[in-house]
Design a protein. Structure first.
Length: 251
């Protein structure tokens, strides 16, 4: 069976076997029994994942053309493919599961927000992103790349930037470098007063990232609190812990 590559779905298929093996090696350093691949595409990574012993495997694929291609190429996938949009699907397992994938670049950050919704079930994520996005997720406070996604993910996960992946590793080659990162759920989440408040605080702060915090946050805190020194800082200067601490003082 033949298949086409759909730009509309952000498809760049990984073809570099050395990189594929490095991703699988990173996965095999984790302990798990349930595994979900997001966007298997033509199965470059899938062919390694289905060989893992004593693992329950499922793949979520939106592309109508790729589903029959995958099943005809790898018959073992017959009952293991969830033909849906990952962003709209329900958790593929009742127990905990690891998420892995060469994520479609146009929805890669949304995939991470979906993982956050499922954080009680997802102890580990190993994913390929545009390098710029991967660096943002892994960024520490004080640097330019640090932003909303850095804070919201790092409240619940430790992030490790594993390695770069050049455009030549893909078909078709993307115009940008890529990067693989690993998320490991924290044993103890950072404490805040309320997750919705935390998310709102972080998003509001970074929506005006060049300004001192007291400008974007003035509606969220009493005027006396806003006089404190922390509110003269810009959002990228605050650690994840400092954002979490501020939630206890919000209106």
């Amino acid at each position: 069976m033949e298949y086409s590559i759909k730009k509309s779905l952000g498809q760049h298929f990984l073809k570099d076997e050395v990189i594929l093996k490095k991703i699988v090696e990173a996965l095999c350093n984790c302990q798990f029994k349930n595994l979900v691949e997001v966007g298997p595409g033509a199965g470059a990574l899938t062919k390694y994942l289905i060989e893992l012993q004593n693992i329950n495997f499922k793949a979520v694929e939106l592309d109508d053309e790729k589903v029959p291609y995958l099943i005809s190429t790898y018959p073992v996938l017959k009952d293991k493919i969830i033909h849906q949009d990952f962003l709209r699907t329900t958790p593929p397992f009742e127990d905990e599961f690891v998420v892995i994938g060469n994520f479609p670049y146009n929805i890669s950050t949304q995939i991470l927000f979906k993982v956050l919704d499922w954080k009680q079930q997802v102890p580990t994520v190993i994913g390929m992103f545009q390098k710029e996005v991967a660096e943002r997720v892994a960024a520490k406070h004080g640097c330019k790349a640090y932003g909303i996604i850095s804070v919201l993910i790092q409240a619940f996960y430790d992030v490790e930037y594993l390695f770069d992946v050049p455009p030549t590793s893909f078909n078709p080659p993307p115009k940008v470098m890529s990067g693989v990162i690993k998320l490991t759920r924290k044993e103890k989440f950072i404490e805040f007063s309320d997750e919705r408040k935390f998310s709102l605080l972080v998003k509001t702060a970074f929506n005006q990232r060049r300004k001192m915090l007291r400008n974007p946050l003035k509606g969220m805190f009493d005027a006396t609190i806003l006089q404190e020194e922390i509110f003269t800082k810009r959002p990228e200067q605050l650690s994840v812990q400092e954002f979490a601490d501020l939630t206890f003082r919000m209106k």
